[in-house]
Design a protein around this ligand. Sequence first.
Ligand code: ADP
Ligand code: MG
Length: 717
Amino acid sequence: MNLSDPLEGSFRLTPTHVHALKKLGLATVGDLLYHFPVRYGDVASIKTVAEASRGDSIALVGQISHLQSKKAFRKKIPMAEGRLLDETGSIQIVWFHQPYLAKMIPDSSYVRVEGKVQERKGKLYLSNPKIERLSSLPAAASPLFGGNIGAGTLYPIYPETRGVTSNWFYHAVGKIFKSGLLETLDDPIPPAILEKYHLPSLATALIWIHSPKKETDARAARKRFAFEEVFFIQLEKQRARREWQNHSSFVVDPSLENVLQFATRFPFPLTRAQRRAVENIFLDFKKGRPMSRLLEGDVGSGKTAVAAMAAHAIITTHPEGKDFGNLQVAYMAPTEILAQQHFESFIDFFAESDIQIGLITGSGCKKFPSKVNPKGATSISRVQFLKWVANGEIPILIGTHALIQKSVKFKHLGFVIIDEQHRFGTAQRQKFREKEGRIPHLLSMTATPIPRTLALTIYGDLDLTLLDELPPGRKVPITKIVLPQERVMTYEKIRAELHLGRQVYIICPRIDEPDPAKELALQAKSVKEEAKRLREGIFPEFEVGVLHSKVRPAEKESVMNNFKDGKTKILVSTSVVEVGVNVPNATMIIIEGAERFGLAQLHQLRGRVMRSTHQPYCFIFSESRSGKSLDRLKALKQAKNGFELAEFDLAQRGAGELYGRKQWGLSDLGMEAIRNIKMVEAARHEAAALIAKDPDLKEYPLLSKRVEYSRQKIHFE
Ligand code: ADP
Ligand code: MG
């Protein structure tokens, strides 16, 4: 067997297997080896039905029978029930709210269930246990059925999937081990590094992770693979960084004086942090090598103004060797609302500069100033617009993803700003780099407070500038977790503020479609129904605006404008307003169904109301009464800033729950790794040292291949 052998052909697969493996993205023997168990069951922890007693948390293995779905509690709650049978007896099992379970598992299947033993009317039963189908009894569990493997044997439990059981993986991996493949594997991690950090070799780690003899072996193996993942990412970032740094970029040597003069157009003095950030950026601009900088600042710290100052420096610079014309700026935002907002801010900032500003989104193109109305913007055809961008007549181009389409060509693109970087993948960043011969300077901006370990990993190729100061006079929002009986009182408080001229956002978790996994009574509030309810029953004296991703772009714009102009006092919205939207007069936000949002996301939402000198309020309505989810919400009140919150989320909920994780391309194990700052720093350090010594990894062909592979993945994503 070889790592690249396809699974079909190497194993006898049923059509169900083929389908399920494909869904998991597993195509080759190598993929299978890198499909790791999520945890391990211990045979010693498997009990028999006879041993079960009330209050125990136990695992049982046996055959399931009498599965059926029905309704309980005055026919209100759908449920599934059945019996589990082992050689010592049988026990009842019930699953509330999961009637479909009865249809998913055929009668008499072998299963493993894990849950808490309860008692009702003198009879023991398991309520909502985890259940996993086994294709037969796991080899390791056979002592219960007369086998004789010693206690303490661990057996792997793989991520739950329909169609392939843990047991299938267990046997398939066993077959690979027996084939002798492991003995032929070369370890891509240099031996010196393995030794230094006490990591097992590749072959050993594969055995330990799939069939550990003891818990410590499994842990050592996981540590190795976690290190491996972060190490490869770091290598790739360090190498990419080195590569762009070898390219030339436009030399921009702006006078700080000019830009400070420009900054007097802002209706506020700069904060020290904003000024420092601009100085940082200008130092990079001068170097002739492309800047790659991340500007990280909490919501409301004033990143837009920094972007505008940097843009000003670019558009007042002539292309090299010319004494006319200017370099161009591309400013990309994740949503149309935000792009439109930046367009308007830039029109304010640059109105006196006698330059053109363009806006390109999925719904069309606009240009400022308009020929007929020199104070306003006008819609123009895409073809004409792109011509003006290509010949350099439009020096500032703001937009959504539409900016990076192939058809958008610049004359002298000198600078790219990516707002809300966490909303984009690395791939978008790369696209700009490929666009032109010379590589533009890059400024990524983000407020998403992510733990430092994660920033070091996913932004490993960027230099970091922190905007660690909020504009003066900002009031800390009063954050309140509102209990159901306090709802009416809260609405009255809001009414009083509305009459004083303030405005309120009301955030609901969904638009209007019911969530099929939930009971009607458990449905989260929807934007559409909530808007109707508020308009008719609660705030009839005020205009209510509605915003969500399905509103047509033209209407979106007018909804936002009405809110900005104060025509509507109440904006009911999904979390689309979460990123960047800036309406200083909106000082209150209600978040319905708050337990459905991540902490970082809640923090971003709350950031919407920290934009003026009026006292802001954040009212958190939670449907959950679970202690854990209330604790989590309480953290919102305590944490001083977004970074503290992110660390809290990481510590309490685990890496999997971190906001936006899908885009980072980290596996579960990689996310686990970022809980360990020492490991992340070590991986970064080793990767940087290796690249400094051997930039093309000539001495490390295996590593080079791996880095190449992950780079391709990024390009084609
Ligand atoms: P973010 O960093 O979240 O993108 P913005 O750039 O949207 O923040 O700025 C938030 C608000 O703060 C805006 O209303 C902006 O005009 C204002 N602002 C920015 N810089 C300052 C400053 N130095 N002093 C006072 N207000 C400022
Ligand atoms: Mg912003």
